[in-house]
Design a binder for this molecule. Structure first.
Ligand code: PRX
Length: 641
């Protein structure tokens, strides 16, 4: 499947980056990194321009970009566009029900952000304070992020699908004293009780000073003394509220993400480098042209929503569409219907959505005309060539280039992708490194693998959008990313590089699952399972899943004297949903009298993974197991995923 799909002449016409320019810019970005990133920093308006550009080391780990620069990212996303774009739409929002639409021009966005910033200040939020956002996909989510950035507060957005317990952990970890939520959100016709979840998270838990509640659905919710009902009208006459001048290395946001061990990490991004990285990647990768409508279907609770619904598009003065709901509500034509109604030019979604829509056949797509589409994007997990071809041929009518963008919460923005206009595409390959990115493949011992090879993916040089630390635990940052291969950033992904230098991401090589593009640690699901009173031990592995990419397969042992039953299986599923959220719901649960362990007591996950994958003939050496006979009973008890 190494065959290339050539770019059409239409795709190349007017591109920001034809092939020769990519070569020149990529070389420049490596040979004169400071010069290159000084040029790119001109995409941003600085209060004080930086004189120092990159100042970083991976051993010891200390990363700074533009350190003496001063800027405000809200100013860059909103205020500076007012002279030229006051009446241009900045954000368009469509609710869960088709046709329920609101939008904000840049002037209106400015007004809304200033009002919310006033309200936050009046509630006691100061520069540097952490503010937790637990919101549906509504305009106010973007407004709240920008309002935090305006006053120098650090937002921590928690995906609205996380449970109260998961929310509580994330509020506690960053000692956030403020929460912004809404009465509720709608997804696929179902109400998500966000405010009630916040109340549950705060019960006997962290003490917060205020919960700002946005009225979105008007559903009945309980009130507590710490609630402030947000009324933008109350701040209509409060006047301008200037943007706080921030140091380039001042924190912009924290976003929790799962790792292979322990509780989720608070990934910290700072202001200047992230601003330049998201602005530059948005410009080049989506080849954004003046006046176009850009739609990224992610949720603002994930990094994709941060970088490519809010900061990247708005820094570029683009019009960005936000959608509250899900791809199949009220039917499987929803995305294509919205593309037509909003005349979307650039569409950015996840392989799991593409696969789910592909399963419904071509008719729901072909019922809509999609003529406005110019470019398609994919993010979040490897896209299988079959889904890629369907996306290209059916959704894009063979006209639109696809950018398959590889990146991570930690990288702040896109790292590996083809550029429209510059490169032919290979279905299933993310493509080539973005400017300034130097990927390296290494084997398990850290030996660098040149040329066409498969190995573990590292990045050898810093880039401006790189995370700076794990909030409150710098040592964990160093250990997680820089200790496996000293002096290199280790991504946790396996990867193949082919003879043309294209990168093919093969998936995580650590104990992180990618379920429908959502990152989950096996350890998180295991600790949710063992927190159930009847469970003794649990081991969780991923297995290939047609739609989700990976499914969650759980092996569970019960306390002595307890018997497996369908009822208990259901109860355990519910328990995991309650502990983490619906995205972590186990797909398969297998009760087993014991887990396969070595004589020293280490669980042999390799064997569990093989059994879940149905690769019973490839179990490898089982002689080191304390009880080799267990393998047969595990195979016998295997559930058919
Ligand atoms: O395994 C890679 C996969 O998603 C992981 C990062 O997840 P997260 O931090 O949640 O960010 C997702 C959105 C940027 C990576 O380590 N991944 C992401 N994009 C791709 C991908 N795998 C293959 N191809 C991609 N385009």
């Amino acid at each position: 499947m190494n065959d290339k799909v050539a770019l059409s002449p239409e795709a190349q016409a007017g591109s920001h980056c034809p092939p020769a320019k990519y070569e020149t810019l990529y070389r420049h970005s490596l040979e004169d990194s400071d010069g290159f990133w000084r040029d790119q920093a001109r995409r941003i308006d600085w209060v004080r321009e930086p004189s120092v550009i990159g100042n970083w080391s991976f051993d010891p780990v200390d990363i700074k970009w533009y350190e003496d620069g001063v800027l405000n990212l809200c100013y860059n996303c909103v205020d500076r566009h007012l002279p030229a774009r006051a009446d241009q739409k900045a954000l368009i929002w469509e609710g869960d029900e088709p046709g329920v639409v609101r939008s904000l021009t840049y002037a209106e966005l400015h007004g809304q952000v200033v009002r919310m910033a006033h309200c936050l200040k009046a509630a006691g939020v100061s520069r540097g304070d952490r503010v937790t956002l637990y919101l549906p996909m509504i305009l106010e989510a973007a407004v709240a992020m920008l309002a935090c950035a305006r006053i120098g507060a650090v937002h921590s957005v928690v995906f609205g699908g996380f449970s109260p317990d998961a929310l509580r952990g994330r509020i506690e970890d960053c000692e956030s004293r403020f929460v912004i939520t809404a009465d509720g959100g709608m997804r696929g016709g179902k109400l998500v009780p966000l405010k009630a979840n916040v109340d549950a998270a705060l019960e006997d838990g962290p003490r917060v000073d205020a919960v700002l509640v946005i009225r979105h659905l008007g559903n009945e919710v309980a009130s507590t003394g710490r609630d402030i009902w947000y009324d933008p009208e109350a701040w209509a006459d409060a006047g301008e509220l200037p943007c706080e001048p921030m140091g380039a290395e001042d924190p912009l946001f924290i976003l929790y993400t799962s790792g292979s061990t322990g509780k989720p990490k608070g990934v910290l991004h700072t202001t200047g480098g992230y601003a330049v990285w998201t602005a530059a990647t948005f410009h080049f990768v989506f080849d954004y042209r003046e006046g176009e409508i850009f739609w990224c279907t992610a949720d603002v609770g994930w990094v994709t929503g941060h970088s490519y619904i809010v900061y990247g598009p708005l820094a570029n003065g683009a019009t960005t569409l936000m959608y509250e709901g899900v791809p199949n509500h009220p039917d499987f034509g929803r995305f294509w219907d919205m593309i037509d109604r909003h005349q979307v030019n650039i569409f950015y979604t996840a392989p799991t959505a593409i696969r789910a829509l592909m399963r419904e056949g071509d008719d729901p797509v072909k019922a809509h005309n999609r003529a406005s589409l110019r470019l398609l994007g994919s993010v979040g997990e490897p896209i299988n060539p079959e889904a890629w071809r369907w996306y290209h041929q059916v959704v894009g009518d063979g006209r639109c280039p696809i950018v398959d963008t590889w990146w991570q919460t930690e990288t702040g923005g896109i790292m590996i992708t083809t550029l429209p206009g510059a490169h032919d595409m290979k279905p299933g390959s993310a493509g080539l490194p973005f400017f300034g990115v130097v990927p390296e493949l290494v084997d398990a011992e850290g030996v660098v693998l040149p040329g066409a090879a498969s190995g573990n993916l590292c990045i050898t040089r810093s880039w401006p959008g790189q995370m700076r630390t794990v909030y409150g635990d710098h040592e964990r940052f160093v250990q997680t990313y820089f200790s496996t291969y000293k002096g290199k950033y280790f991504t946790g992904d396996g990867c193949r590089r082919d003879e043309d230098g294209f990168y093919w991401i093969t998936g995580r090589v650590d104990d992180v699952l990618n379920v429908s593009g959502h990152r989950l640690g096996t350890a998180e699901v295991e600790s949710a399972l063992v927190s159930h009173p009847l469970v003794a031990e649990a081991a969780v592995v991923g297995y290939p899943h047609d739609i989700k990419g990976q499914g969650i397969y759980c092996y569970v042992t019960l306390l002595a004297g307890e018997e497996p039953s369908n009822g208990l299986e259901q109860a355990l599923r519910q328990h995991v949903r309650k502990e983490i959220g619906p995205i972590a719901t186990p797909d398969h649960l297998q009760f087993t009298p014991a887990l396969p362990k070595t004589r020293s007591g280490k669980i042999m996950r390799r064997i569990l993974r093989k059994i879940a994958h149905n690769e019973h003939d490839a179990l490898g050496d089982t002689s080191t197991l304390a009880d080799p006979s267990l393998v047969d009973s595990l195979i016998e008890g295997r559930r058919n995923p």
